[in-house]
Design a protein around this ligand. Structure first.
Ligand SMILES: [Zn+2]
Length: 422
């Protein structure tokens, strides 16, 4: 920890590396008390160590907290100064007695309390959920910022190929068509804020970042949602899909239920139609790869059916629900996404895409009519044209915030008892 009470009652904060003399002087003023639980603490310092206070081994803090690394200490200190410099009321390592928790930083902004947690070590989802819930119970919002060193990514410019595991998936917040997350690197004093996340598989994700220095970023601009998908991102996603169609048979096994099903129907992955496996808004709510869940729908609803076939709404809901029950389609558990409770939103988003791209006709009574045969292998040149059409369409789909907000309302109503309303 970076704060401790001195015997004089003064709250002392370590704000930087200290000289040997300063460390000596500070040691003279022991004992140090934990500002949260008031137990005695040690001052740890050395030539290679960032000075900090720590609880004695046999007396751990009764307020929940994380093991401290240098990266974490430097990060929360940098964030604390950054907030203070903007005139924001901030308390470092604030103990919150009513919930027995200690926030890395607690700020008060426009009369509201916000806990800022700079999370550098993986914690189980249950612990995360418990902490978030107790903050909410105390009327405190919480902003989780990921330690950048936890982010495994390869990148060109601002577009990153990121591997997001179940821990990293706890960070995205916001209720838009795509969530957003913030990572911070104390080594370079740089924020990485995602402006769009397009998941490709349970872990593999294409993320576009806005990268900004600590000094040129304000807290207000950091937490404001500012989302957009770029055409290069969609193209890259579709390119990954083409690669998958070409090469996935190499690692396909019969133990994998998806490949087994394709195999039994004599469909190689390359024959999956262009319209199955499309990056649609809200797809992050499903952990299963969009290539898979959309292909399952294609198999259950459209495969081998001629144009003109009528498909009822309840049939669509049923096949999707069956796949969920069977475990073929798995939902994603995010940290803080209220609409995550409705698994039909991404399904509705995909149906909307199919209607708007001319594959389905939607009727007022909630029925759909198949407008074309889903062509497995397109003629030369056709594939390219379809892809370009799709990129254009998806770009406008994502950028229309009104459509995206409506998807939730309409999607919920549609699967209750409404029409697609397009
Ligand atoms: Zn303590």
């Amino acid at each position: 920890m970076l704060t401790a009470y001195l015997p004089s009652g003064e709250l002392f904060t370590i704000r930087r590396r200290l000289s040997q003399k300063e460390i000596y002087d500070l040691r003279e003023s022991a004992p140090f008390l934990c500002p949260a639980c008031r137990q005695k603490m040690l001052l740890k310092a050395g030539p290679s160590k960032f000075p900090h206070f720590a609880h004695f081994k046999d007396r751990s803090c009764t307020f929940e907290s994380e093991p401290e690394t240098l990266y974490h200490l430097e990060g929360k200190l940098a964030l604390y100064h950054w907030l203070r410099d903007q005139g924001i009321e901030a308390v470092l390592e604030a103990g919150i007695p009513e919930i027995n928790q200690r926030a890395d930083i607690l700020i008060t902004s426009e009369g509201k309390r916000i806990a800022i947690e700079f999370q550098c070590s993986a914690i189980p989802q249950e612990v995360w959920a418990k902490r978030t819930r107790s903050y909410h119970q105390a009327g405190i919002r919480v902003l989780w910022i990921l330690g950048k060193e936890k982010l495994k990514s390869q990148y060109s410019g601002t577009l990153h190929d990121v591997s997001l595991g179940s821990f990293e998936w706890l960070f995205p917040f916001g209720s838009s068509a795509m969530p957003t997350f913030i990572a911070f690197c104390p080594k370079n004093s740089v924020f990485f804020k995602s402006t769009s996340i397009l998941p490709f598989s349970p872990r593999s994700t294409l993320v576009e970042f806005k990268i900004s220095g600590l000094r040129t970023t304000s807290f207000t601009s950091l937490i404001k949602e500012h989302l957009f998908v770029t055409s290069s991102q969609i193209r890259r996603w579709l390119y990954k899909k083409e690669k998958w169609k070409q090469f996935s048979h190499r690692y396909a096994t019969v133990q994998d239920p998806f490949f087994r099903e394709l195999y039994l129907r004599k469909l190689p992955p390359a024959s999956i139609p262009a319209e199955a496996g499309v990056p649609v808004p809200y797809m992050h709510l499903i952990e299963t790869s969009p290539l898979r869940w959309q292909s399952y729908l294609f198999l259950d609803l459209f495969y081998d059916r001629p144009a003109g076939t009528v498909i009822q709404r309840h049939k669509i809901k049923n096949v999707f629900t069956k796949r969920l029950m069977k475990g073929d389609i798995i939902l994603r558990h995010n940290g803080d996404l209220p609409e995550a409770t409705n698994p039909y939103i991404p399904l509705f988003s995909y149906l909307t895409f199919l209607v708007q791209s001319g594959c389905l006709n939607s009727q007022k009574n909630g029925e759909f009519i198949l407008r074309k045969d889903f062509i497995a292998c397109m003629p030369e040149g056709e594939e390219e044209k379809t892809r370009e059409k799709m990129v254009k369409y998806l770009e406008s789909f994502y950028s229309n915030e009104i459509i995206n907000q409506e998807l939730i309302v309409k999607g919920t109503a549609f699967f209750e008892d409404g029409s697609l309303g397009l």
